[in-house]
Design a protein around this ligand. Structure first.
Ligand SMILES: NC(=O)c1ccc[n+]([C@@H]2O[C@H](COP(=O)([O-])OP(=O)(O)OC[C@H]3O[C@@H](n4cnc5c(N)ncnc54)[C@H](OP(=O)(O)O)[C@@H]3O)[C@@H](O)[C@H]2O)c1
Length: 338
């Protein structure tokens, strides 16, 4: 690993300390080396509305301590007045010689790179793909004005989530289910369906839940209504397309309400439909060491008929965890069906 990669990875680690506190801002970390290449300061964006990482790192130093040095930051420094003044101005004022950036900011208001170059500061990029992966939620929010969507499923080794009678308790282990409770907290909202609420009557503890229920079939006495704020998407507040709720419109509405990430817990019909429509960014798939061995059981993804393997949804697996009994696969969707 070269020096630039080493310090950029340090920025990633610092940036992650802001997870859950900086949203809808990106997670950003910064490392400063002096003219002799000695690490003299570190900083990160700690909370939404507070100092950016570059400011946090540079303001810990005396006026000329960073002069001629290198600043590492995983996101292009800002050049506009937002909640804080532009970071590029401070970088120029402190006379850095070189700035190493992870990724360009997707916010169209930001043009820090040209301002730095105009001031004679050398700009380089390193580990761009990893920097984009770290801030994938921010990128989706900023470029599409939609929440980032993770679809969770828990299935047998043959991809089944329930038997033909709808029996589904329990496929995965206690440990996996406990992990799901924890995961939910990382998202602004849990989304589920009328069918799943009617079949399982889950409590799904969370501060904000969205139920897709076109014809308002779910009874208000269901456990899910006992806690948290609930947004029910139905034909009364959501457009209907081909006889189904337009989920993109639901996601856009959630975004307007300040929901930046959604965790979907549903059966195969909704999962299949969302995958087909390209509305899923990522899958968390728990697989239990069980085989239902019955094709009439319910599949975790139940979209339309597909004739060619070339038409599969492609994913990029980025993590496989072995739990007590099950495995958990985390994968980015790289190609949705047309
Ligand atoms: N193992 C797991 O991870 C897991 C998780 C959850 C559920 N489950 C199991 O899954 C089973 C239910 O699966 P399911 O396939 O019947 O239901 P589902 O996939 O959970 O939900 C399908 C329903 O979602 C609603 N929906 C709204 N907009 C939609 C759209 N654009 N496209 C598709 N659906 C849309 C429709 O109901 P409306 O017409 O009422 O809007 C539709 O009937 C249950 O047995 C449950 O136990 C398993």
């Amino acid at each position: 690993m070269n020096q630039d990669e080493k310090y950029m990875r340090m920025c990633f680690a610092l940036a992650k300390k802001g997870k859950g506190k900086v949203e809808p801002n990106p997670m950003v970390g910064c490392v400063v080396l002096n003219k002799s290449g000695m690490l003299v300061s570190k900083g990160y964006h700690k909370k939404y509305g507070e100092k950016h990482a570059e400011r946090d790192a540079l303001l810990k130093l005396k006026n000329n301590e960073a002069a001629g040095g290198t600043l590492y930051v995983n996101l292009e420094p800002c050049s506009h007045y937002g909640k804080t003044p532009p970071c590029v101005d401070l970088i120029i004022e402190r006379k850095l010689a070189r700035v190493v950036i992870g990724m360009k900011d997707v916010n169209p208001l930001v043009d820090g790179i040209s301002k730095l170059k105009k001031a004679g500061i050398k700009v380089d990029f390193v580990l761009t793909e990893e920097a984009e992966f770290l801030n994938r939620v921010f990128i989706k929010n900023m470029t599409q004005k939609l929440p980032y969507v993770v679809l969770k499923t828990a299935c047998t080794m043959d991809g089944k989530i329930a038997s033909c009678t709808g029996d589904s308790k329990w496929i995965t282990s206690n440990e996996s289910r406990a992990l799901v409770y924890k995961m939910r907290k990382e998202f602004d909202c849990i989304m589920t369906s009328s069918n799943t609420v009617i079949a399982d009557n889950p409590r799904m503890e969370h501060k904000f839940k969205c139920i897709l229920d076109k014809d308002l079939r779910v009874d208000k006495s269901a456990k899910i209504f006992q806690q948290g704020e609930i947004y029910v998407a139905s034909n009364e507040n959501t457009p209907v397309k081909n006889g189904r709720l337009d989920i993109k419109a639901v996601l856009a509405e959630l975004f307007k309400r300040g929901i930046y990430s959604v965790f979907v817990e549903c059966g195969g019909t909704l999962a299949g439909s969302m995958l087909k429509d390209g509305l899923v960014d990522e899958i968390y798939q728990f697989i239990a060491p069980k085989i239902l061995n019955d094709n009439s059981g319910m599949s975790c993804f139940n979209g339309n008929e597909i004739y060619k393997i070339i038409d599969c949804v492609q994913t990029d697996i980025y993590k496989v965890e072995t739990l007590d009994k099950d495995i958990l696969i985390k994968a980015l969707i790289s190609k949705a069906l047309n």
